[in-house]
Ligand binder design. Structure first.
Ligand code: UDP
Length: 329
């Protein structure tokens, strides 16, 4: 099976490429390297192509027989999406539609899509099930939901089968320490906390201490990046076997507050972390916890690294040996 992985040089993409290669898939990674890292791609073929460039994209399909697509390429900063929706509708919608149309043209009928818990917005019930109301509160979540809907209609009309995976908080790094999380600028909690441990930041800002949660700070469901990656392989297998389209949540079903994460990081690193209470970050729901029973039951997904200490330990292993991230940007 030859798999095209878009955005395969990014955090989740690169961790999925490594597992696909391990499982013997033939992988072609497509990335525009705007935010991804060439060094993060562990093997297979690589093409530097932007999905907005239709001709170059079609050449990728023309030049090799692709059996299925795993689609990660996207912009993914919630705050930026609120300030600059135009960028998000272009890179997450128009670019993704180019991909779907190229798939149609070259008769590729299977896609695993990197969706997000952001499609739910402020949840109407916790834990969040796949049939919770979807009501995104920012353009990032909106574009993810729009693309989920687009593939549903492409399935209806043209028979493109899909699995959409709605991730909660992806965290940690590959167990080998070879690849990990490197965003510029960094906005995610765990890498920020570890940067503070490394002396790269004076303190960690705690965005909001007046939420109605156990300690007033936001609660999130953290899922190890390799467990997330493995779910993509199970999703591909479902499609390979002729399985129908589906949508699954991916989380661990357990919520940790911002303060709890900082405590775990202090334990793992043995260092005291300075914090600063700051106002809420716009658009942050108080609590996001998933139930992932559906993917466990239907695809036998079984997380291996679901202990929060392990998640932070793997992240720390990567950050400690790569304090400046990947060598090339
Ligand atoms: N957060 C924080 N300080 C930071 C970064 C994040 O308090 O410097 C909080 C953020 O408000 C959220 C949680 O940590 O409640 C996780 O944020 P992250 O950006 O990692 O993921 P998100 O939940 O936005 O996908």
């Amino acid at each position: 099976m030859r798999i095209l992985v878009t955005g395969g040089a990014g955090y989740i993409g690169s961790h999925t490429v490594i597992e696909l290669l391990e499982m013997g898939y033939d992988v072609i990674t497509l990335d525009n390297l705007q935010k991804g890292h060439r060094e993060a791609i562990s093997g297979g073929e690589f093409v530097k192509v932007d999905l907005l460039n239709k001709n170059e994209l079609e050449d990728v399909f023309k030049n090799s027989k692709i059996d299925a697509v795993v689609h990660f390429a996207a912009d993914s900063l919630v705050g930026e999406s609120v300030e600059n929706p135009s960028k998000y509708f272009k890179s997450n919608m128009i670019a993704s539609l180019n991909l779907l149309d190229a798939m149609l043209k070259y008769d590729v009928k299977k896609i695993v899509f990197s969706s997000s818990a952001a499609v739910y917005g402020e949840p109407d019930r916790i834990p969040i099930q796949e049939n919770n109301k979807t009501f995104p509160t920012n353009p990032y979540g909106e574009t993810k939901l729009m693309f989920e809907n687009a593939i549903k209609w492409y399935d209806n009309a043209y028979g493109i089968k899909y699995v959409s995976l709605r991730y909660f908080n992806a965290a940690g790094a590959h167990i080998s320490g070879k690849i990990g999380e490197d965003h510029a600028p960094e906005s995610h909690l765990i890498p920020i906390v570890l940067q503070a441990v490394l002396g790269q930041r004076p303190h960690v800002q705690i965005f909001g201490t007046d939420y109605e949660t156990k300690d007033g700070t936001c609660v999130r469901d953290y899922i190890h990046i390799t467990d997330l990656a493995m779910a993509h392989i199970l999703a591909l297998k479902r499609l390979e076997k002729g399985g129908d389209s589906a949508i699954y949540n991916l989380g661990n079903g357990e919520g940790f507050s911002v303060r709890e994460i900082i405590k775990v990081a202090e334990k793992v690193t043995g260092k005291k972390i300075n914090t600063k209470d700051t106002p809420r970050r716009a658009g942050d729901p108080a609590v996001l916890i998933a139930t992932s029973e559906k993917i466990k039951k239907e695809l036998n997904w079984a997380p291996k690294y679901n202990d929060i200490n392990t998640i932070v330990e793997t992240a720390w292993k990567w950050h400690k040996s790569n304090p400046k991230g990947f060598k090339t940007s």
